[in-house]
Design a binder for this molecule. Structure first.
Ligand code: G
Ligand code: G
Ligand code: MN
Length: 540
């Protein structure tokens, strides 16, 4: 490498000289003119000396002079040609650079052009003692414009918005289209005084919110804006745009119709999210997801009829982690299937060995109900663990039914054909509608714990529990109430005609060993409260 370096350098120098022919022509031309002066005076002297005669000296001098003039003409011509060539090349290079850094459709900068502008603005900011500010603007519902009105109108909408953004930002900044329906603005801010930037962002938001008339149709899109600034002048335009994107995503996720400034918390949350996802993958490999069991009882007798299976993450460093920390992440990343399967498999094989056969209720998330193989997978787990199908209850929420009701129905039907029962979970929250009760042949309706929590506080909770229970009893579907925490709630629910219940009053979620122990105790030595139930069972 060291041997080649000087040679390569010389070669490079020669190549660069070749491409700069224009640099040589001028000195040669100047020398030729100097030569002409010299030759001219030589000729003049020879001419005087020659008198009338055409001497050999005069012949030589005149030939030299002619050649000299020819050389100058030739050199000049060459100089003009080279000059033109250079200009043409510079033009086409400039055009190529412009094309490479602009977005063909809107004429705004593209991502590359935006990065270049970023560097320029950073220098400018340093010079003026200001800070670089980047805004990320993403149109809302732009896809539906394309779907509904066609791409031509969609393109026109983008062009109009682009023009308006550019006009609004003016010379004090640069606007780019960085993706299909995403724009970015770079400008300079005044440090802690954010009022000017806020006003600009509001104006830009206004542009996107205003209805547009394109080819006689009124089109309404809207947008979300995230802003990030770099007071220390240390963040690259690319990194700053990413921060603005994060802020924009936050605005979009909570649907804020105002510009949102990036802050470190958003970054931390994003990081934590990523870490949880990584952790779940590792945890799945190492079998760290285990079932806990929450007793479900007959409200009248207190008999433990079964358990709801609730996932826990047995983390080697932090100990037991509750599901609200990882179930939502697992659902987002498609890890929920594997996770639920791991938990369910363990729960069923544990419970298959318990002294008394009890029901197990497992939660099925909306994602799982989009899997057309779900029924087959569950049946396989039943077979492999030896847990009887008629002891399994799957809990599904109403939201599961929205995405693909037909698929959900076919999964549920084939499971029911195997003897598996189906519960409607969290009833009363979300979009509760009586239509859902008819949509599928549910075996149990679970009333959400928020109603039980309010049973003594507000009349509505009690009224809702009463109404749902009456209705369920009328169609012959038992009701399970969740979140029974006190004896008082227990007796109120009994009065209202609820059949089953679960909650801290009857037992908190417990490990497999504790659940097995509870089943054994209740089987061997019935306590006073469930003595009646035991007596009835033994009699029956
Ligand atoms: O234990 P709590 O334990 O915090 O449970 C919170 C929620 O997490 C429950 O409402 C339930 O829907 C969900 N959940 C718990 N375990 C599982 C599981 O194994 N699979 C699925 N899909 N959801 C679960
Ligand atoms: O699947 P579902 O959303 O119904 O999950 C039940 C959740 O309720 C679990 O997170 C469980 O830990 C929690 N839970 C169970 N019993 C009680 C209770 O008595 N009080 C309260 N506050 N939460 C409970
Ligand atoms: Mn549940």
């Amino acid at each position: 490498m060291t041997g080649r370096a000087p040679l390569a350098r010389v070669w490079g120098l020669l190549a660069s000289l070749r491409s700069r022919r224009d640099l040589f022509v001028l000195p040669i031309l100047v020398s030729a003119v100097a030569l002409l002066i010299w030759n001219g005076s030589g000729f003049y002297e020879t001419f005087l000396a020659a008198g009338e005669e055409f001497t050999d000296d005069l012949k030589i001098a005149s030939t030299t002079l002619t050649l000299n003039v020819a050389l100058i003409l030739f050199g000049w011509r060459y100089y003009v040609d080279v000059q033109q060539e250079v200009e043409k090349r510079r033009d086409s290079e400039e055009r190529a650079a412009r094309i490479a850094s602009t977005d063909g459709m809107t004429g705004l900068l593209n991502r590359k052009g935006f990065a270049e502008a970023g560097e320029r603005f950073r220098d400018l900011a340093a010079k003026r003692g200001q800070d670089v500010v980047i805004m990320s603007i993403r149109l809302n519902r732009f896809k539906t414009v394309n779907d509904r009105h066609g791409f031509d109108i969609g393109d026109e909408v983008l062009r109009r918005i682009a023009q308006a953004l550019e006009a609004s930002v003016g010379d004090s900044g640069a606007v780019a289209r960085v993706a299909g329906d995403e724009f970015a603005v770079i400008t300079l801010g005044d440090g802690l005084d954010k009022s000017r930037i806020d006003a600009l962002a509001e104006a830009l938001l206004d542009i996107a919110v205003r209805p547009l008339e394109v080819e006689g149709r009124m089109i309404h899109v809207g947008a979300f804006i995230g802003i990030a600034s770099d007071p220390l002048g240390v963040i690259s335009a690319r990194a700053l745009l990413r921060r603005a994107d994060i802020a924009e995503a936050e605005a979009r996720s909570i649907r804020i119709a105002r510009p949102v400034w990036f802050d470190e918390r958003m970054e931390r949350e994003l990081l934590a999210h990523g870490e949880v996802e990584q952790g779940i993958r590792m945890g799945l490999e190492n079998g760290q997801f285990i079932p806990f069991f929450e007793p479900q009882v007959d409200l009248a007798t207190g008999e433990v009829l079964g358990f709801e299976v609730l996932a826990r993450w047995e983390h080697p460093l932090t100990g037991l982690i509750p599901p609200d920390r990882f179930i939502p992440v697992a659902e987002e990343n498609g890890l929920i299937e594997a996770l639920s399967e791991q938990v369910m498999r363990r729960a069923l094989s544990e419970a298959a060995g318990w002294e008394r056969r009890v029901d197990l209720s497992v939660n099925i998330s909306p994602h799982q109900l989009n899997d057309s193989w779900l029924a087959q997978k569950l049946v396989r787990i039943l077979t492999e663990t030896g847990f009887p199908a008629d002891r399994l209850i799957i809990e599904i929420t109403e939201t599961s039914l929205f995405a693909d009701p037909d698929l959900a129905r076919s999964i549920v039907t084939s499971l029911k054909n195997q003897g598996v029962r189906v519960a409607l979970d969290d009833f009363g929250t979300g979009f509760s509608s009586l239509a859902h009760l008819r949509a599928l042949p549910f075996d149990v309706i679970k009333i959400d714990r928020s109603f039980v929590a309010g049973i003594h506080r507000d009349r509505e909770s009690e009224a809702i529990i009463r109404a749902v229970t009456t209705l369920a009893n009328a169609i012959d579907v038992p009701v399970t109430v969740e979140g029974v925490e006190t004896a008082r709630a227990h007796s109120a629910l009994l009065q209202l005609g609820c059949a089953y219940g679960q909650g801290w009053f009857f037992g908190k979620p417990m490990s497999a060993d504790q659940a097995a122990q509870l089943v054994r105790e209740r089987t061997d030595a019935p306590t006073e409260s469930d003595g009646d139930a035991e007596a009835r069972r033994h009699a029956g």
